[in-house]
Design a protein around this ligand. Structure first.
Ligand SMILES: Nc1ncnc2c1ncn2[C@@H]1O[C@H](COP(=O)(O)OP(=O)(O)O)[C@@H](O)[C@H]1O
Ligand SMILES: O=C(O)C1=C[C@@H](OP(=O)(O)O)[C@@H](O)[C@H](O)C1
Ligand SMILES: [Mg+2]
Length: 186
């Protein structure tokens, strides 16, 4: 039997999914999978190239196939891309196959954390902040509807985020008996 279920990280660009996922997996001595990196490795090209040549739909098809493949494994920590929650099938796969953690942050932090990186095609335009605001309005409800746990990642370092995730996940996976006995106490 598994000690903890799979852990899947969702949230917007710059929330820290890739960074925190790697640390969390090391802490738990588990395999770390980043769906974006796996797509790039499989395709032999980076995400901007995939968007250029196959369009965003081509990337999204690869993303759904990769999430389906990787989420079948056991005992993994997986970071998804910020747009993974856009498709219902992805949301369903994540919810069915693991504990889903929404890493939440402010748009201001996202702008700071993504401004020097050229690897996010959706932000290579004149007003990345507006793009992030528009995406937040659409996606925040989807992140919340998909997640078992919401953890904020602004104004704190990755280590502190990892510790909170570990605390919250272990609370979630405590045996039902001990949780019901806690709730019955006066
Ligand atoms: N909690 C944090 N505090 C400060 N910087 C962070 C934090 N989490 C991530 N970062 C930095 O923000 C940038 C984007 O992080 P990344 O893990 O790629 O985000 P995501 O995968 O969610 O898009 C990286 O430079 C990373 O070092
Ligand atoms: O939000 C998005 O639609 C995207 C987020 C990116 O991943 P990160 O969230 O890890 O930056 C990557 O999947 C792609 O550029 C599209
Ligand atoms: Mg990432």
């Amino acid at each position: 039997m598994r000690s903890l279920p799979n852990l899947f990280l969702i949230g917007p660009m710059g929330a820290g999914k890739s960074t925190i996922g790697r640390l969390l997996a090391a802490e738990l001595q588990r395999e770390f999978l980043d769906s974006d990196h796996q797509i790039e490795a499989r395709c032999g090209a980076n995400i901007p190239w995939i968007f250029d040549v196959e369009g965003e739909q081509g990337f999204r098809d690869r993303e759904t196939a990769m999430i389906d493949e990787l989420s079948r494994r056991d005992d993994v920590v997986m970071a998804t891309g910020g747009g993974a929650v856009g498709r219902e099938i992805n949301r369903q796969l994540l919810r069915e196959r693991g504990t889903v953690i929404y890493l939440a942050t402010t748009v201001e932090q996202q702008v700071r954390r993504t401004s020097r990186d050229r690897n996010r095609p959706l932000l290579q335009n004149a007003n990345p902040e507006q793009v992030l605001r528009d995406l937040f309005a659409i996606r925040d409800p989807l992140y919340r509807a998909t997640a078992d746990i919401v953890v904020r990642t602004d104004r704190r370092g990755p280590r502190s985020v990892v510790n909170e995730i570990l605390r919250r996940v272990s609370r979630l996976t405590e045996p039902l008996k001990s949780r019901s006995s806690v709730s019955q106490s006066p």
